[in-house]
Write a protein that binds this ligand. Sequence first.
Ligand code: ADP
Ligand code: MG
Length: 467
Amino acid sequence: MDNLKISIKSKHKKSVKNSSLIWKECLRIIKQNVSNITYNTWFLPIKPFELEENTLKIHVPNNFFVEWIEEHYNTLINQTIRQVMGHDGKLVYIINDDSDDDPTLFDNPTVEAPKINPKQEENNFETNLSPRYQFDNFIKGESNQLARAAAIAISENPGQTSFNPLFIYGGVGLGKTHLIQAIGNNILKKFPHKKNIYLSADIFTTQFVDAIQSNNVGEFSSFYNNIDVLIIDDIQFLTGREKTQDLFFHIFNNLHQARKQIILSSDRPPKDLKGMSDRLISRFQWGLSADIQAPDFETRIAILKNKGDSFGISLSNEILDYIAYNITSNIRELEGCLIKLLANASLSGKEIDFELTRKTVKEISTRKEANISIDNITKLVCEEFKVDENKVREKNRKKEVVLARQIAMFLSKKLTKASLKTIGLHFGGRDHSTVIHAFNNIEKLTAEDVSLNELVNGLRNKLELGI
Ligand code: ADP
Ligand code: MG
């Protein structure tokens, strides 16, 4: 018996050693692909546990880490594991809850097999819906009352109400994607045989371009003409894309005539969609347009409570009030604050108390105030574009310098209180009309180009939240 124990022990030691080597190699690759702050916050706290055949088990500080990593770095982690361990390499997360002798295991589902919803399997149809977006976890408030009520109504009766299309609009991080995906998820439950598809307008455009290139436009159109519930996110991405708009116009008409449900989201109301054809704008207004606004104090508290629960933490009223008073602009930012709080707590090994909360909120707000100067913006943008800072201040007309300069001007206008004149002065004494031109140009380019939009949003997040 003792012998057996010893051999198990030494086998375990060996697997621990191997797991360390493998994880070390994974970290080396991950480090090359993420920023330092991301690496330190999300990857360094992970510890390898053991290697069992082709499965690497790693310890993560809490459930929330798993969710965050899966949502943001799944592709990177999967590719890295495959690169280091070969194609059948698997990863299992173990929640490292000290009080628990029997740690919770989490398979990394996409390493093993793509997530398939059983209902989707039933009719073999990929909906692209993420199960995390439900009505149950969408907090109701004055800011989203109409949009939410309409969303629930059409999910009970798709295509049969006068809300067709349902057009949800509002600023970033206010819950548009959550709400329209919740409609899809509810329809999936109630009407599993309906062909229900969610996608963003930029994916729609990319698919269309691919279809043109491979001579498959007919097939592409007939696919969308046969959908029962079409959910398109961020429809503003179609602005300036005339061919895609033409095709979408026909699909819209076919579906609408056949009383199929159309659901759209946008960052602005239909009438403000510059670069969208008039006939589409008028169709967007056929059904119901409902906006989502920034959440009020009570809603912010309810959202924080709900998110805290889902991360497995309960926060005192004092802490909830403090965050809700200080973080007001949108829900993504509220979530960002909780995430940072959790990360700070796990990094320092401390409980979440008022002091840590105050520190974290301060970190976010100081970052917002201190880091958001025109000089800091310029520095960050130049680093991103690998452009010499002096060049953006000179009269350099090189393409990447102009783009970096315009993005820096754009972010300076968005994130600081500086006047157009002051911004112009920071960029080599240019006058205010140049700043306006830069602002308009970046607004247009980001509406047209998804990857540029992501890049600009990423810079903004770095400046505002440091994540
Ligand atoms: P948008 O698409 O408008 O930019 P999202 O739908 O992506 O915003 O929302 C940002 C984050 O905030 C998501 O994680 C989402 O789940 C959450 N969220 C937004 N609105 C609510 C709400 N009313 N209740 C709970 N969570 C919300
Ligand atoms: Mg969205």
